[in-house]
Design a protein around this ligand. Structure first.
Ligand code: EPU
Length: 337
């Protein structure tokens, strides 16, 4: 195991901003992980998965720990289902491709989401009507101080929209080491009614789609709207879609009758933040090298040499404006450091 000092994190965050880690190490197995956790104090450790959902606004003191645990294995299977165990350091999209190759269905709508498998349950990744909670059987977490391994079943994870127990009451306490997913081998249940999937399939002349067709449609849609972090630094959606209660929604509808919305039940409504940001005139806007993507206003981008602080300044500017215009508070979806 090598611990690097004063290590650049530019290639470890998909925004591609420069920030330095006082100490940096990659843990490729559980023993290394435990010994690093013993060496450094818990409060000075930053866990880094794929770096695809973070904004670094400063250099990081202590240890930045990159999770490099690899492996995909079958725990059990029958004719209909398979239970896969996937180590935290696998790339999420590589897992999706593995499943498509083996005809395991359930995560095809989550194709092309950047990041590693271990961070997927933390924010309950989701796209096109599917969230990881829909297929998750359990995950294993390593406690940062006691070094005990604990299995969290679906209920323990307390999943919500881009939310879980690991962002709430257990925030910062556990590091996910592996995830178990229950996937189908046949009789696939396709979700094609969300967003443009059905339209793309129709345009491609596909009337009886399989999971590979759905994944291809998702990939086409994402590539047409979302910038590739390798070409233009970004962390996907920068903000969560705000959820507002009935009273506020009624006023909002009167003022913005054309606004899209999603009814969540129990008197709550989700409003697309991308729509709000576009209406406020920010689509394609730039503040130096920090910008708002020209095709999807929910995505902030680094046009080259923006710092994390500059991107955060743009984000705050947007938050303030949305509050003034619509009276709605936008919360970041990315994690700020
Ligand atoms: N919209 C605009 N202008 C924009 C962007 C969106 O008017 O610039 C409108 C669209 O026309 C549509 C609505 O907003 O009516 C929703 O847009 P879209 O379907 O693109 O989805 P989103 O709400 O912007 C969410 C997730 C994405 C996920 C997509 C597809 C969040 C914060 N984001 O985006 O997740 O890929 O749905 O399911 O929930 C991510 O988390 O990083 C991410 C990319």
């Amino acid at each position: 195991m090598t611990v690097h000092r004063d290590h650049s994190l530019k290639s470890f965050n998909t925004f591609g901003v420069e920030a330095r880690a006082a100490h940096f190490a990659t843990a490729e197995n559980l023993d290394t992980l435990k010994s690093l956790l013993q060496t450094f104090s818990k409060d000075s450790i930053t866990i880094l998965g794929g770096g695809s959902n973070i904004l670094l606004t400063q250099d990081l003191p202590g240890l930045t720990l990159h999770i490099g645990l690899k492996g995909i294995s079958i725990v059990e299977e029958d004719d209909l289902q398979v239970l896969l165990e996937v180590q935290a350091g696998e790339q999420w999209h590589d897992l999706v491709l593995f499943c498509l190759d083996h005809n395991y269905g359930g995560i095809e709508n989550l194709a092309l989401i950047p990041g590693q498998v271990g961070t997927a349950p933390i924010q309950n990744i989701g796209a096109y009507g599917v969230e990881i909670k829909d297929v998750l059987d359990s995950c294993v977490g390593l406690h940062k101080t006691s070094l005990d391994l604990k299995t969290f079943d679906l209920e323990d994870c307390a999943f919500g929209y881009r939310d879980s127990v690991f962002k709430q009451s257990l925030k910062g306490q556990y590091l996910i080491t592996s995830v178990r997913l229950r996937l189908r081998k046949k009789n696939h249940v396709l979700k094609t009614n969300y967003g443009a999937i059905a339209q793309v399939l129709k345009d491609d002349g596909i009337t009886d789609p399989n999971i590979q067709d759905v994944a291809k449609a998702v990939i086409d849609i994402r590539q047409s709207k979302l910038p590739d972090p390798k070409q233009l630094g970004n962390s996907g959606s920068f903000f969560k879609n705000p959820v507002i209660a009935q009273n506020q929604f009624d006023d909002f509808r009167v003022q913005q009758p054309a606004a899209p919305f999603f009814e969540m039940g129990q008197g709550y409504y989700k409003i697309p933040a991308g729509w709000l940001i576009e209406q406020a005139g920010f689509k394609g806007y730039r503040q130096g090298d920090a910008g708002v993507h020209e095709h999807q206003a929910l995505v902030l981008v680094n046009h080259g040499t923006a710092t994390g602080q500059e991107i955060w300044a743009l984000a705050q500017n947007i938050q303030q404006r949305i509050k003034e215009v619509f009276g709605i508070t936008l919360e970041p979806e990315v994690n700020l450091f």
